[in-house]
Design a protein around this ligand. Structure first.
Ligand SMILES: [Zn+2]
Ligand SMILES: [Zn+2]
Length: 1018
């Protein structure tokens, strides 16, 4: 059997120049009986970790390399022979990337000299320097180039690369390269410059090339590869092409067998932490934790000390003491400056983290499970996620950069992939569809998966019967293929890695879009797989909101509210939850939450923890919500999948809700150690293949049998775990978020003016628009005061217990205008329009907007008169003609209609009446009811309701059902639309913002919905 190893292979991480996922290429390699293969994407190792892991899983030895772009645009292949070669490759790629602007990587030849150790160099494809010269009949330049590379890498590590794609020039080029090889005594090797796993991949590859070059398939011409020979070929096929050159094939194996890289950096992961004299990381960490015990547990229990000992032992043995110290140091930096900071996620399972003030939830009190965060057996590293207030996060990140240095600090990247809309737009363009049509189609898509656009397309106006036509079939098919292909890199929201060894030796770095920021070419999964440690420094707007609300409470009421010590059993807060009075609060405000709270009726803080974890796509899908709620209401008996599981599941009435419970179940039921149990959880939630799942099932069932349990029960329990694990929520995270949720509820209950004011200043955030927020504020007795040039500031403020809108809500007032207003306002009140214009010199449109929303009503002139007066001031190059107006005139006030429209149009929210008030007389004639009157209606009664659409959702888990939340003068109401009704009234339901809906009342457990039967726009 012929022998061949592919050494030149592009995955779809070659960003628009590779048409197969790494796994597809590896699967094909396996089918072809290859035991080794290289990954060589352009100017990066973006796909290397995924390829590496996938190869090992398939028993294939991975070879890590890259095809670099050299100065002059030439291609050059580098393969890492060993770990040093890998580091050098990473350095070279970083050099190529960082010395140029984003996306323009290029490496000077001279840079190779310092970092060539451990690298094997192949001369590259037809765009290689030597091949390019030969093809252009520049034999002397080709010879010189070959000599240069030979000199640099030596005879053992430099190979001329021969490729045969059945093109006219191939034979000629191979002959010339062979001549050169003979002349210089250089070795040569065959590769196929693979760009897709199978021949049919060429079609998608052409499309990708067109996307990269902003052209269409019809116009691309020579930009496309001339044929479809760039697929992964079998050894037999390669032998057919190179039968006269057995050495070219033999060398593929010779090179492959030299290459071995171990991608495990766990021993280099953290820089040493600066310690007080005489301390080790472990002893210092213990000291800090014990100080925490004193502060947080006035009466220390054995349980606390025992748990602390256990955790510190595990932390020490896993070598993570420094990690804790580094995060502690970052949080301390924030705490000392009054920057809100709090850990979320699985770290909140740790008592040590709580004692170090990294997290705020007491894991002892909440019965949390440390092993969900960290265990000795786990071979992956934990990560600690910390939220900072949005306004201060940059400051914290700067601190980390300063402290550990740029060589050792970078942000993790996020690979942006093709989704439904981007796929339809980009693929559609290459197929020559007109842009306006693609725009229309893309906007009509509800799904985010590119593989699922077909159903949505059929609903687009006038397309219903056309999607069977060939161009549309092609579009749908190609979208399916391109689904989740990498498109470009962006920065991960908060993931930072800090390493002891300079980062460039571990991961290639490149520029982020944000000036001065650098990202590694690995995403968060890659970083985890490499054994590196990531710290997530995230931003949470709610923390900014809380911070500002507390400041305002201090300023206006002289109250220093200490949220750390508010009672967690305040009945007022629980009453709000039970009535779903939660707009603007954290985590419990969404439509789905509002629909559950009245059924759930939370009575304790633990109930809020469950509520936060329960109402998410996962449990809904895993069919957990309804059993739990029924059991809670006493409508269903509390049972356990197996009696043995009662201790693990009693807290949630026999239903699995928390990830920690998966661990507990695996430990109790199948005898797993905590570490094994967490590995099981991870494996289930990340594994996509059936096979891997079956293997896990085998281990689980075996464990259960050895504990004397029945096989059938074990199978059933495993099915439940598997159905749940992918979406499960960790309890510690739910508890951390529940705490923040509670605080926002508390603020809303007792300090509504400050709460709503801070909420408006923190926009955009949360589930609802500012318009809904002010409606809710009014219903909570907070008066909304209009923007006023003599009273407002840039941000909203609290004024005598009322909420004064800020200038930032006025459309067309940008950052510089806001600064001007703040500045000019300090010189005292404006006494006239003329005075205002003279002092601020704002553009006419901005002044007009201010007039229209009543910001100048203080001068007792009708808004219409002010607009007229503004027209008499001539604006020229910032100069104003200040001669007095020709005559005084009197114009009528704006009508209510004009006023409301101006408010919605310019402020995006109503200061006075809600917009439905305008239409009320007509709606009354049509028999439309107000939302507050619906309570009196009975189940099944027909009603007509009308409102402004504030939320429109079509969740993927809802089988085509659409949920619409509408607002009228009195509040919100929920409308459910069945799929067939949605199809029938699609145009109105999807596009109109003011709706009249006819339907029947559905009342259940205190929740009221209108089941729509028809709809018209107002
Ligand atoms: Zn190339
Ligand atoms: Zn290539």
């Amino acid at each position: 059997m012929p022998d061949y190893v592919e050494l030149h292979c592009h995955t779809n991480y070659s960003m628009l120049d590779g048409a197969s996922h790494p796994e597809d290429l590896l699967d094909r390699a396996l089918e072809l009986g290859m035991d080794r293969m290289a990954v060589t994407d352009h100017d990066g190792l973006y796909g290397a970790v995924r390829f590496y892991q996938g190869a090992l899983q398939r028993g294939i030895e991975p070879i890590i390399g890259a095809e670099l772009t050299m100065d002059g645009g030439y291609h050059l292949m580098l393969l890492a022979e060993n770990d040093q070669g890998y580091s050098n490759l990473s350095r070279l790629i970083s050099h190529a990337q960082l010395s140029h602007s984003k996306g323009e990587a290029s490496l000077p030849f001279a840079a190779l000299a310092q970092h060539k150790e451990g690298l094997i160099c192949l001369s590259g494809c037809s765009r290689g320097e030597i091949a390019s010269h030969l093809l252009a009949h520049r034999e002397r330049e080709a010879l010189e180039a070959a000599q240069r590379y030979l000199h640099l890498f030596g005879r053992g590590s430099f190979f001329l690369e021969l490729q045969h794609h059945l093109l006219e020039e191939d034979q000629r080029l191979i002959r010339m390269l062979l001549d050169l090889a003979q002349h210089l005594g250089v070795q040569y090797v065959a590769t196929n410059d693979v760009h897709y796993a199978r021949r049919q991949g060429h079609r998608l590859h052409d499309v990708l090339s067109c996307i990269a070059n902003h052209t269409t398939l019809d116009e691309a011409g020579s930009l496309l590869r001339a044929n479809s020979e760039y697929y992964l070929k079998s050894p037999q096929e390669m032998e057919g092409l190179f039968s006269h050159l057995p050495q070219a094939l033999a060398n593929t194996r010779a090179i492959a067998e030299r290459c071995h890289v171990d991608l495990n950096f766990s021993t280099h992961r953290l820089p040493p932490f600066e310690l007080p004299p005489g301390e080790t990381a472990g002893s210092y960490l213990r000291r800090l934790c014990l100080q925490g015990v004193e502060r947080k547990y006035p009466s220390v229990t054995d349980r606390v000390l025992k748990q602390l000992d256990h955790e510190l032992g595990v932390i020490d043995r896993t070598g993570l003491s420094e990690y804790f110290l580094i995060v502690w140091d970052i949080c301390s930096y924030a705490h000392e400056r009054g920057i809100p900071a709090q850990g979320r996620g699985s770290a909140a399972n740790s008592l040590a983290a709580y004692l170090l003030d990294i997290t705020r939830v007491d894991p002892i009190a909440h019965n949390l499970l440390f092993e969900r965060f960290l265990s000795e057996e786990a071979n992956t590293m934990p990560d600690i996620d910390v939220d900072f207030s949005t306004d201060h996060r940059e400051e914290v990140i700067e601190y980390v950069y300063d402290k550990y240095g740029e060589e050792h600090t970078a942000m993790v990247c996020n690979v942006v992939t093709f989704r439904a809309r981007s796929a339809v737009r980009d693929v559609g363009k290459t197929l020559g569809f007109p842009l306006p049509l693609l725009d229309q189609v893309a906007k009509a898509l509800d799904t985010r998966r590119a593989s699922q656009v077909e159903e949505d397309l059929e609903r687009v106006n006038g397309l219903a019967d056309k999607t069977t036509h060939l161009p549309w079939r092609q579009l749908i098919e190609l979208c399916r293929e391109i689904d989740s292909f990498p498109r470009h890199l962006s920065i991960h929201v908060g993931g930072m890695i800090i390493t002891a060894r300079p980062l460039v030796e571990i991961a290639p770095l490149e520029r982020a879009t944000m000036p001065g920021r650098v990202v590694v070419q690995f995403n968060k999964d890659d970083v985890e797989d490499l054994g590196l440690i990531k710290i997530d420094l995230l931003s949470l707007r709610t923390l900014s909101l809380i911070y500002e609300a507390l400041e305002m409470i201090k300023e206006h009421r002289g109250v220093r509210l200490d949220l750390e010590n508010i009672p967690l059993d305040d009945p007022v807060v629980y009453d709000m939850l039970c009535r779903a009075d939660t707009i603007g609060t954290f985590q419990v405000e969404s439509r789905a939450q509002a629909q559950t709270l009245p059924r759930m009726r939370p009575q304790t803080f633990e109930d809020i923890v469950v509520e936060v974890a329960l109402i998410r796509p996962g449990p809904l899908q895993g069919n957990m919500v309804h059993p739990y709620l029924r059991r809670r209401a006493g409508l269903e008996e509390v049972t356990y999948p197996h009696p043995a599981l009662e201790p693990a599941l009693a807290e949630t009435m026999g239903v699995i809700i928390f990830q920690e419970q998966i661990l507990k179940v695996a430990m109790i039921f199948a005898g797993f150690t905590p570490g094994e149990a967490d590995q099981l959880r991870r494996a289930i939630s990340r594994s996509r293949s059936r096979e891997a799942m079956e293997k896990l099932r085998g281990r689980f069932v075996e464990g259960a049998l050895s504990k004397g349990l029945e096989e059938e029960a074990a199978q059933t329990v495993f099915d439940q775990l598997a159905g749940f694990a992918e979406f499960g929520f960790c309890k510690s995270h739910a508890a951390a978020f529940a705490r923040t949720a509670y605080e926002t509820l508390y603020l809303k209950a007792y300090y509504p003016a400050e709460f709503f004011c801070a909420l408006l200043n923190a926009q955009p955030m949360g589930f609802y628009s500012p318009a809904v927020v002010v409606g809710d504020a009014k219903r909570h007795g907070v008066r909304i005061l209009p923007v006023d040039v003599n009273r407002s500031r840039a941000r909203c403020i609290v004024e005598n217990g009322h909420l004064r809108l800020g200038f930032s809500y006025v459309d067309s007032l940008g950052k510089s205008s806001l600064e001007v207003l703040e500045e000019a306002g300090r010189e005292g009140p404006y006494y006239s329009l003329r005075d205002f214009c003279q002092r601020t010199r704002l553009p006419r449109r901005s002044v007009e907007n201010l007039v229209l929303v009543g910001a100048m009503d203080g001068w007792s002139k009708a808004r219409r008169e002010l607009i007229w007066e503004l027209g008499t001031l001539s604006y020229q190059e910032g100069e104003m003609d200040l001669s007095p107006p020709l005559e005084e005139i009197h114009l009528p006030e704006l009508t209510l209609d004009e006023e409301i429209k101006a408010e919605y149009g310019i402020l995006g929210l109503p200061v006075g009446e809600q917009i439905i008030a305008l239409h009320r007389p007509r709606l009354e004639r049509l028999g439309v009811e107000r939302s507050k009157d619906l309570e009196r209606r009975h189940n099944g009664e027909r009603v007509r309701v009308a409102g402004l659409v504030v939320v429109r959702q079509r969740p993927p888990t809802a089988k085509g059902f659409v949920f619409i939340t509408m607002e009228d003068e009195d509040g919100l109401m929920n409308v459910i639309v069945k799929p067939d009704v949605y199809q029938r009234y699609y145009k109105v339901l999807r596009n109109c913002f003011l709706l009249i809906v006819e339907g029947t009342i559905q009342k259940q457990s205190g929740i009221l919905n209108v089941l729509a039967e028809g709809a018209v726009g107002i």
